[in-house]
Design a binder for this molecule. Structure first.
Ligand code: ATP
Ligand code: MG
Length: 229
């Protein structure tokens, strides 16, 4: 599903955020991404959703592979195709990023509305996504009236509404209390059990130390794992 081969990412100010990173994540896996602050976790995820691109002059390769006909190589995926890539993945952030002037239903429905899904199908998909995260009863609420845990569940519903192959989460529990954090983690495991590949950046050892899932550990932009392919 995701393949990095000797990927290096240098930001404009010559800061090397990732250095010679090689790993593979297979279809259906749940993988943690860990490392101290500044280790390169968000950068790695940004490369996957192609918000950033790897250094071209270092010969690395980055591929995201959904199906035989949906393969994205960072070298030959133009900006206009990045939208297509993202249509097949969901992304969840630490700070939820909900639209404050739209209610829960509209936040979740928006992407479907934009891509012209018919109203009946849209309604069914939104209800399914809201049910998945247990927030259907708040569908008419505005985001500012929700708790942090509820807002994050709405953000997860939004990420899942188009039934993506891949779910990326960048410290999704960073702003939540332990109870809500555990709940969000439980939802991610459920999503993974239903077949979606999940990559979750986290600082929380309670999750990765007690889970059977693989962990990619970054330190100063380098991947510490050796059993990565
Ligand atoms: N747009 C940018 N321009 C320059 N440097 C950047 C940029 N984004 C990130 N960096 C630097 O790259 C390094 C990796 O940052 P990144 O955000 O990937 O770390 P992180 O592991 O996600 O950290 P945190 O746990 O704090 O979120 C840091 O040193 C950071 O300052
Ligand atoms: Mg980060």
């Amino acid at each position: 599903m995701i393949q990095f081969l000797h990927v290096t990412k240098t930001y404009e100010d010559d800061w090397k955020a990732l250095s010679d990173v090689t790993f593979r994540i297979h279809k259906g896996e749940f993988v943690f991404l860990t490392g101290h602050s500044g280790a390169g976790k968000s950068t790695l995820l940004k490369l996957v959703y192609m918000d950033e691109r790897p250094d071209l002059d270092r010969g690395g390769q980055l591929m995201v592979h959904f199906t035989q006909n949906l393969v994205f190589d960072s070298k030959n995926t133009p900006e206009r195709s990045v939208q297509t890539l993202r249509r097949h993945m969901g992304i969840v952030f630490q700070d939820f990023k909900l639209l404050s002037d739209r209610n829960v239903y509209e936040n979740v429905a928006l992407a479907l509305r934009i891509s012209g899904v018919n109203p009946k199908e849209m309604n069914a998909k939104v209800f399914e996504a809201l049910a998945l995260v247990g927030i259907s009863h708040k569908r008419l609420a505005m985001p500012y009236t929700l708790s942090g845990g509820e807002q994050q569940r709405v953000a997860i519903a939004r990420a899942m509404v188009h039934n993506p192959y891949l779910l990326l989460a960048d410290e999704p529990t960073g702003n939540l209390d332990p109870e809500n954090a555990a709940d969000v983690f439980r939802i991610f495991k459920e999503i993974n059990a239903r077949g979606t590949t999940v990559v979750m950046a986290t600082h929380n050892p309670d999750f990765y130390l007690n889970s059977p899932f693989r962990r990619l550990s970054l330190r100063h932009g380098e991947l510490l794992n050796r059993d990565i392919l």
